[in-house]
Design a binder for this molecule. Structure first.
Ligand code: FAD
Ligand code: DLZ
Ligand code: SF4
Length: 507
């Protein structure tokens, strides 16, 4: 009888993970490892470290309850890499075969590909079947298309999995897309929105909090009031809570921002989906079972999970490793210190950065239209921005973080993922949030000391990159305005931007 060693990584905490298929309880063993390299390769938020370690430890216990033999390697400084630790375990356990589900990061895949030669043991890498779309299937779709629009991939997924379609494959409600209904800002006297459940840390989580406090106090972010679910049971409670309390209005307010409401009607489920405590298929079927949810909320939510989430993963595996190397605008600026300290006079940035520091969470529009928009128009270096996003959010794994950062916000891929850069002036932020009313800067001012920096940086971005994007049909209005702009106005924009950037960007 062959003896298998099944390696389960920190984001593979699903009972149905493919590496456990045909698991032989008598002969096979599961190996889980907390290793220094995974902790240190970026400056992970402390809450992200607690989430992953606590969830790994809960998962190992759940497997043991099913009488599965688990070797769990707890963190100590001498445990450096997956490979070194696996080598130690193979010497002791002498498996005939190592099994692992395809990892979520290219870096880790490369490491795994070396195991066979290094350990002289065969290694089987299995498809990650938790996703709706296999890597190969996306690749075939991508190769059959001239441009890789999310919308066309999304419609394919809806039809293939018969989600919100009628018997002829037409969209329920008559439209594939309800985006126009889903752009509301939060009215002033909107009733308080129910917060996501806060899960009280149990003994396992408390131990991990102490471990992180002791060993990783230099990492980014606050450890106060840790509230994430770290077990499947609690993650299911969070799913129920979202469905009962926030799904109904998810669509209309998905683009809005509020200094009073950190989570609005968002689900916060990415944290659990990305480490495997919840599976996308169960989330979709639970959501579709609900009665009385308006189509714009149902479709809006389904689009995020079977559209965007699957699409960015496909893009990542289709285009890596070259994808991360592009820098379309040749942007080279360092990150301002306030990305780490939250200490800035721009109230929108301060709010989103402080929330990121406190919660290891910001919702999509905060990531995209505030921090992301700023990173784009301030010309920040894509590699540094990607590293920041990978560090600071609890749900950040490279397969999902990189396309969103490198492609969606920075347009560093030159337009594979988005058809135009998501640049916006202060006006957009003012329309969609209440941030501007408490800001030192004046959103209505275009130039000068009190002007909102988003206003001049926005035009400066287009002036600087004119030759690269002026023929983009979606930017026709922008460049026709630039044509009408006087030389003096252009100079003012450039000098305000230079002054701001020279104060803000470390050399
Ligand atoms: P909800 O608004 O409730 O959305 C529901 C679910 O849809 C999410 O849980 C998530 O699984 C999925 N989803 C929504 N938008 C996207 C998207 N653009 N790409 C992939 N999945 C999506 N998401 C991550 O999971 N990890 C990341 O590291 C990450 N980095 C991002 C970086 C930038 C610059 C931007 C603009 C977006 C990033 N996103 C990332 C996407 C999105 O912001 C988060 O998925 C979302 O904010 C998570 O919060 P939520 O669960 O409350 O989402
Ligand atoms: C992010 C992370 C961290 C901080 N620590 C570990 C760890 O100690 N052990 C582990 O198995 N996984 C960890 N992870 C997740 C991995 O770094 C990696 O991102 C994913 O496995 C890639 O899919
Ligand atoms: Fe942000 Fe400008 Fe509004 Fe201030 S005025 S909150 S900097 S958009």
């Amino acid at each position: 009888m062959s003896k298998n060693l099944v390696v389960i990584l920190g984001d593979q905490l699903s009972q149905n993970i493919s590496s456990m298929d045909n698991f032989d309880i008598k002969n096979d063993t599961v190996l889980m490892m907390e290793v220094a390299n995974e902790i240190e390769y970026v400056n992970h938020h402390k809450k992200k470290l607690v989430l992953i370690f606590s969830a790994m430890r809960h998962f190992a216990n759940e497997l043991r309850e099913k009488k599965i033999n688990v070797i769990y390697v707890e963190f100590d400084k001498s445990k450096k890499t997956f490979t070194e630790e696996l080598e130690n375990q193979c010497k002791k356990n002498k498996p005939d075969l190592i099994k692992i589900t395809h990892p979520g990061e290219f870096r880790v895949l490369n490491e795994i590909k070396n195991w066979k030669d290094k350990l002289k043991i065969p290694v089987t890498i299995l498809e990650d079947t938790r996703f709706f779309c296999e890597i190969k299937e996306f690749e075939n779709w991508a190769l059959s298309k001239n441009n890789l629009l999310m919308e066309s991939f999304y419609q394919l997924m809806r039809k293939k999995f018969k989600i919100l379609v009628d018997s002829e494959g037409k969209p329920l409600g008559g439209k594939w897309n309800y985006d126009v209904k889903n752009r509301k800002s939060l009215p002033k006297n909107h009733p308080k929105i129910p917060l996501p459940i806060k899960h009280e840390p149990d003994d396992i989580t408390k131990n991990v909090i102490s471990l992180v406090q002791k060993n990783f106090s230099n990492h980014y972010g606050s450890l106060d009031s840790f509230w994430f679910a770290t077990s499947r049971k609690d993650a299911l409670k969070s799913l129920d809570d979202f469905i009962s309390n926030r799904l109904k209005y998810f669509g209309p307010y998905e683009d809005s921002m509020s200094s009073e409401e950190k989570f609005l009607y968002h689900s916060t489920l990415s944290v659990y989906l990305n480490i495997g405590l919840l599976e996308p298929r169960e989330v979709i079927s639970r959501v579709l079972e609900q009665k009385d949810i308006p189509i714009e909320s149902l479709e809006g939510f389904v689009r995020q999970i079977i559209g965007w989430r699957e699409y960015v993963r496909g893009i990542y595996w289709h285009l890596m490793p070259k994808y991360s190397e592009s820098n379309f605008f040749d942007a080279k600026n360092n990150l301002p210190d306030f990305f780490w300290t939250s200490d800035t006079d721009m109230n929108c940035m301060k709010n989103c950065l402080q929330q990121t520091n406190d919660e290891a969470y910001a919702h999509h529009i905060q990531r995209l239209m505030v921090i992301g928009n700023f990173s784009l128009i301030a010309g920040l270096d894509p590699k540094k921005v990607c590293e920041w996003y990978l560090s600071v959010y609890a749900d950040a794994f490279e397969w999902v973080e990189l396309p969103n950062t490198h492609g969606m916000i920075l347009f560093a891929d030159g337009g594979i993922l988005g058809s135009k850069p998501y640049a916006a002036s202060g006006n957009y932020i003012n329309k969609m949030s209440d941030y501007c009313k408490n800001c030192k800067y004046d959103v209505k001012e275009k130039n000068g000391k009190n002007a909102c920096p988003f206003n001049y940086l926005y035009w400066n971005f287009f002036l600087k990159n004119e030759s690269k994007i002026k023929d983009n049909p979606r930017l026709w209005t922008v460049f026709s305005n630039i044509k009408k702009m006087s030389k003096d106005k252009k100079q003012l924009i450039q000098s305000d931007s230079e002054k701001f950037l020279s104060k803000t960007i470390p050399k």
